[in-house]
Write a protein that binds this ligand. Structure first.
Ligand code: ZN
Length: 172
């Protein structure tokens, strides 16, 4: 039996004084049995829904705030990276022309620095001013150590260090 039918029947009983309270009690009972929420329950649910909505709004605001924070932190990170890049001492390339490495402490990269210190780097004045030219070993001023050197000639040698002719003596 539909709820409305039950109510209609209760209210339309002829020649019988229908007491309001029992009817309402019956309706309430019927509503309860059918698990239909009462007005009070609906009102409570509405209040709960309002609370949830407020909670969601608050959460949404917090998420927005966090997104903003993340964005700010990302920007700061980029700024710091740029600052570090600017602060980094620009490295000179290795003095050996064919080499693509950056110079370490001196004029050469670590590999060529080692070769130079070992007297095995052609084209540059050695650490103690030695210049190798074929089988001959020449010597220029020690102050020119590490500079690029070009030796030309056969009997009369010409030694140019960094493009300038310099005096030398034959060691061997
Ligand atoms: Zn190098």
């Amino acid at each position: 039996m539909a709820l409305s039918d039950l109510v209609a029947r209760l209210l339309s009983r002829p020649a019988r004084r229908v007491v309001d309270a029992p009817v309402r009690s019956l309706v309430d009972q019927a509503l309860e049995t059918r698990e239909v929420p009462s007005a009070a329950e609906i009102s409570r649910l509405r209040a709960q829904l309002d609370d949830r909505t407020r909670d969601l709004d608050a959460l949404s605001a917090r998420v927005d705030g966090l997104a903003e924070l993340v964005s700010t932190l990302e920007q700061e990170n980029r700024d710091l990276r740029a600052e570090v890049a600017r602060a980094h001492v620009p490295t000179e390339p290795c003095a050996v022309e064919a080499c693509t490495s950056a110079a370490s402490d001196g004029a050469f990269c670590s590999v060529h620095e080692a070769a130079w210190r070992g007297g095995e780097l052609d084209g540059h004045v050695g650490p103690d001013g030695h210049v190798r030219h074929g089988d001959a070993l020449l010597r220029v001023q020690t102050a020119l150590a590490g500079q690029p050197v070009v030796v030309t000639g056969k009997k009369r040698l010409t030694v140019k260090v960094a493009g300038k002719r310099v005096s030398f003596r034959a060691v061997t």
